[in-house]
Ligand binder design. Structure first.
Ligand code: GDG
Length: 465
């Protein structure tokens, strides 16, 4: 088996007390351990002048190699091109996308720094797996440094429609740089089709039935590879003491009222504003449900240096204040809006105590919260998942109540339907979703991608299409 080198903007080495670890980090750590591999990325630290010095650390059998970046890199590459240009554009928000040459320059510079530092670490039989929108040109950078290894790329966020991508000044350069990879993985058919549409329409390339095309004498394969969670570990944590204590505390605090839960980083792509408006509509059209229900929205702040994130925070504060002001009574607050994060096990207990999981991103590559909510449920008395049809997860979780997150009425109707859903229907929907989540878990995702990257067959098709 070849040695695996994983490259991502940030690395998350395994920590003591794996309960707090994300499923992705755990799955990658397993593969890295198995192949004696390496995880390469930015340390998250700044240095005045870039040196390319590599900090190696080994923790629980996984070796990480990280580099520090300059403050200007952080500003132009990370806060700039990654989070002010590509993130909004790829989430269909060209109104928020900032096209600055300095950002594009910083992105190219940091990707070249990654390539310079990483290249000497790659040995002839290694397989390299690059992650996410921060590092799209890295594969090309490695090829230019005479790297002939198998190199794959996985995009965690959506790929935007061609007509939106055309607004990016250097769109063609960005797309062509992807052709340096042997395999390009997407979360959903929707994303892969958008990418292939560009490849066909803008570049006139022919794509075969396997999603492969030939360019400059090389074969490039696009594939759908939806990421999953560590479903078994998640269900176990959901029954841990910490989780059950939290579930119990939430039940007591709910005092007989049905809890609806939302959990996400505070990000405009997650549709929080639209969700609050949908819930407000539900309250307006269902006076009989007042004091019977409440929404717990957990939204830890993220990317606080970016202006659009400060704005969405202010908007949500105003909106939750307005809704609570209009509907609250002496002993009932309709929205509990919380800006802090919770440890993993306690979060799982919160999912389990919630009658409804409300997951309504306007666009999302996959959305793991939807899968986590389902995996945490009590099989005998499961809650109902309301899911945006614009999350990648909607291609797999067909038995959720699928909604258009832009429609307040759609959200309001789905909340009413979820709260009224009979036990037998909740159970049968839950079983179907859970079967999918267990089968196509994070290990399945990793093997599907690495098998394709190693040149093997794709294995079982993706279920429920
Ligand atoms: C990107 C793509 C894709 C959140 N609050 C707390 C907490 N979380 C955890 C959740 C979940 C994770 O963060 C969020 O994952 P998502 O998938 O929902 O969203 P992004 O962060 O936007 O991730 C996305 C993903 O990459 C993977 O490919 O699915 O589409 O945008 O695991 O549980 N965890 C804890 N406390 C919190 O308060 N412990």
């Amino acid at each position: 088996m070849s040695r695996l080198i994983v490259v991502s903007n940030r690395v998350s080495p395994p920590r003591q007390g794996a309960a707090n670890q994300g499923g992705l980090a755990v799955a990658l750590a397993a593969a890295l351990r198995e192949t004696d591999g390496l995880w390469f990325g930015w340390s998250g630290e700044e240095t005045e002048t870039f040196t390319g010095a590599i900090d190696y650390q080994t923790s629980q059998g996984v070796t990480t190699a990280t580099i520090d970046l300059e403050p200007q890199d952080t500003e132009e590459y990370y806060n700039g091109y990654a989070n002010r240009t590509l993130w909004p554009l790829f989430h269909y928000r060209i109104d928020l996308a900032e096209y600055e040459r300095s950002f594009a320059g910083g992105y190219a510079r940091v990707n070249a720094r990654f390539a310079d530092t990483l290249r000497p670490l790659i040995e002839p039989d290694d397989v390299v797996w690059v992650h996410d929108y921060h590092l799209i040109p890295l594969g090309l950078g490695l090829r230019r440094r005479e790297c002939t290894n198998r190199i794959g790329f996985f995009l965690h966020i959506p790929w935007p429609p061609r007509r939106l991508l055309l607004t990016l000044p250097s769109h063609m350069q960005l797309v062509k740089s992807l052709f340096a990879y042997d395999v390009i993985g997407f979360q959903s058919h929707d994303s892969m089709e958008a990418f292939l549409d560009y490849v066909r329409s803008e570049l006139g390339l022919e794509v075969d039935l396997q999603g492969a095309f030939h360019v400059a004498g090389r074969r490039v394969t696009a594939m759908v590879c939806p990421i999953g969670i560590d479903a078994r570990a998640f269900a176990e944590v959901a029954q841990s003491e910490d989780a059950l204590t939290m579930q119990d505390a939430m039940r007591k605090s709910a005092d007989g009222r049905a809890m609806i839960v939302g959990v996400e980083r505070l990000d405009y792509s997650k549709g929080l504003q639209e969700r609050f408006l949908g819930y407000e509509r539900f309250l307006a059209s269902h006076p009989e449900m007042h004091e019977q229900v409440f929404l717990l929205q957990i939204a830890p702040p993220s990317r606080v240096d970016v202006g659009s994130y400060q704005e969405i925070r202010a908007t949500l504060e105003a909106l939750s204040g307005r809704i609570n002001g209009a509907y609250a009574t002496a002993d009932w607050v309709p929205i509990r809006y919380v800006n802090q994060g919770y440890p993993h096990a306690r979060l799982t207990g919160i999912y389990r105590a919630a009658r409804v999981g409300l997951v309504t991103p306007l666009r999302d590559g996959m959305n793991l919260v939807a899968k986590e909510y389902v995996a945490a449920q009590d099989p005998d008395d499961p809650g109902v998942l309301i899911l945006s049809r614009f999350a990648g997860a909607a291609e797999q979780l067909r038995e959720a109540l699928l909604v258009n997150p832009h429609s307040a009425e759609d959200i309001a109707d789905a909340i009413a339907a979820a709260l009224a859903m009979p036990l037998a229907e909740r159970q049968s929907r839950w079983r179907a979703m859970m079967a999918n989540i267990e089968r196509q878990d994070v290990a399945w995702w990793m093997h599907r991608f690495t098998r394709q990257l190693a040149g093997g067959a794709l294995g079982e098709p993706i279920a429920t299409f």
